[in-house]
Ligand binder design. Structure first.
Ligand code: HEC
Length: 144
């Protein structure tokens, strides 16, 4: 039993040697970030920006493996899929695609359930969802 515990501890220490290597902040080009009403920005910042912007706030435990592995995966993939800090660099077609996807995403899987466990404040209220969907519908209208 004691041996097993020591082995587990050594494994835990060992996995800490794999660094996360995800920068909290990426360089942002002037004018690239989404411009949206204050109310919407605040919601996105609170609920989406940790994974979908170039400015991530990493809590202390996110540096500890294996949490760091999930965090790395979520932030890298989230940014790759949709980054509100580079929104204005997207072509119209891409913006339109996201404006259609965002309202669906917030009704199902976004923000991710595993994220909400430690970020209760990121949970979207019905009013938040309406603000996001109304904005998406209105913004999409500009492209039709
Ligand atoms: C904990 C990280 C995390 C948070 C917080 C988060 N997302 Fe995501 N999001 C992801 C990841 C990872 C993906 C890509 C994989 C997937 O679809 O599950 C994704 C995918 C998406 C997609 C689909 C993009 C595509 O290319 O199809 C949309 C839309 C989206 N998120 C919107 C949001 C919105 C809006 C919020 C805030 C209300 C949010 N997400 C919060 C991590 C996150």
């Amino acid at each position: 039993m004691k041996k097993l515990l020591i082995i587990l501890m050594l494994i835990f220490i060992g996995i800490q040697l794999v660094p996360m290597n995800v920068p909290a902040d990426l360089p942002v080009k002037e004018g690239d970030a989404l411009e949206a009403p204050e109310e919407l920005q605040a919601i996105l910042k609170r609920s989406c920006f940790d994974c979908h912007s170039s400015h991530t706030t990493f809590p202390w435990y996110s540096n500890i493996a294996p949490v760091s592995w999930f965090t790395k995966h979520h932030v890298e993939e989230g940014r790759e899929h949709l980054n509100f800090s580079t929104w204005n660099s997207y072509e119209d077609k891409k913006k339109l695609k996201y404006l259609e996807k965002i309202p669906k995403a917030i009704e199902s899987e976004m923000p991710m359930a595993s994220y909400l466990i430690m970020h209760a404040e990121a949970k979207l209220s019905d009013a938040d969802k309406k603000t996001i969907s109304d904005w998406a519908a209105e913004a999409a209208f500009d492209f039709e």
